[in-house]
Design a protein around this ligand. Structure first.
Ligand code: ASN
Ligand code: ZN
Ligand code: CA
Length: 328
């Protein structure tokens, strides 16, 4: 697909050789993406405040040492920007063309990454032993998508709305990974499969059957609002998988999935692209900060009616997928 200009090249940790949007000032290049609102990437150098140092380079060929995490984070932000712009018509996090910034090498042995509304920026730790930075493409897309949620429905980060907020970031994380079409980091319905966060190579989360992580829920129940948002996201992630790919067993890009339903029903998927468009329209048009799972169902049905018609196959599939995770 069309891609705004990227003049630099980088060797990433998780996504192979990539191109990077950089800016030349005098004789030095920096990780400042002129085609994407001047999005910048900084090196915190194990610090935990401020912006540290903007990454710079003499020859615009990036990677190795401290630069590598910067390459992954900068690439991830650019792919996420391009996905929102080209696939969803959204011009940056706030839809105003203005870039944000990423900070890498946060703290020591810090096994997380996060978005902050206060700076409208994202930050990445280096993981266990400072050896597994949390800068994979899906994690970057997850964090940046928290910004999109903050700028739109602004789903409160607790209770059921918090689960929908987390799921929204996971859904767009997978969407970006597929959209990027990177042969070194192919699309999947797994979150964090590259960063070895569990030490045994398993992913952080599974969208076909969220309970595979040992904590996430597969289906809605009345207790959902009282668990951690990274677990109450499970049913919504499961909805997205079912709507995209359908129930049962399937192998995509070499990964095997097997997605169950609450009542044993069969769901037929409508494809990922339509599922993403429906979720995005609901997020940006119908949901509010207090939307719960029941409201997510009605919002996505309204979105499907807008996009495909109220008698459409897509509309019926949305209803069936929510019913399949016990949201009726
Ligand atoms: N990685 C987490 C997230 O983006 C960080 C957090 O929970 N604050 O949801
Ligand atoms: Zn999150
Ligand atoms: Ca993934």
């Amino acid at each position: 697909q069309w891609e705004a200009v990227k003049n630099g090249t980088g060797t990433s940790k998780y996504s192979g050789t990539v191109t990077l949007g950089t800016t030349k000032s005098g004789s030095t290049y920096s990780l400042t993406d002129g085609a994407r609102g001047n999005h910048k990437t900084y090196d915190l150098n194990q610090g935990s405040s401020g912006t540290g140092t903007l990454f710079t380079d003499a020859d615009d060929v990036w990677g190795g040492g401290r630069q590598t995490a910067g390459v992954d984070a900068h690439y991830g932000a650019a792919e996420t920007w391009d996905f929102y712009k080209e696939f969803l018509g959204r011009n940056g996090i706030k839809n105003n063309g203005v870039g944000s910034y990423s900070r890498v090498h946060y703290g020591n042995n810090y096994v997380n990454a996060f978005w902050q509304d206060s700076c409208f920026c994202m930050t990445y730790g280096d993981g266990s032993g400072n050896a597994n930075p949390l800068t994979s493409l899906d994690v970057a897309a997850h964090e940046m998508s928290h910004g999109v949620t903050a700028a739109t429905a602004n789903l409160n980060y607790s209770g059921e709305s918090g689960g929908l907020n987390e799921a929204t970031s996971d859904i767009f994380a997978s969407a970006v990974e597929f959209y990027a079409g990177n042969s070194s980091d192919v699309g999947d319905y797994l979150i964090g499969e590259k960063i070895n966060i569990n030490g045994d190579g398993t992913p952080l989360r599974y969208q076909d059957k969220p309970s595979k992580d040992g904590a996430s829920r597969d289906y809605w129940s009345s207790s959902l609002g009282s668990i951690d948002v990274h677990y109450s996201s499970g049913p919504a992630n499961h909805f997205f998988y079912l709507l995209s790919e359908g129930s049962g067993a399937k192998t995509i890009n070499g990964v095997s999935y097997n997605s169950p339903t609450y009542d044993g029903s069969t769901v037929t998927g409508i494809g990922r692209d339509k599922a993403i468009k429906i979720w995005y329209r609901a997020l940006t048009t119908y949901w509010t900060s207090t939307t719960k799972y029941a409201g997510a169902r009605t919002g996505t049905l309204s979105a499907a009616a807008d996009l495909y018609g109220s008698g459409s196959t897509e509309y019926k599939a949305v209803a069936a997928a929510w019913t399949a995770i016990n949201v009726k």
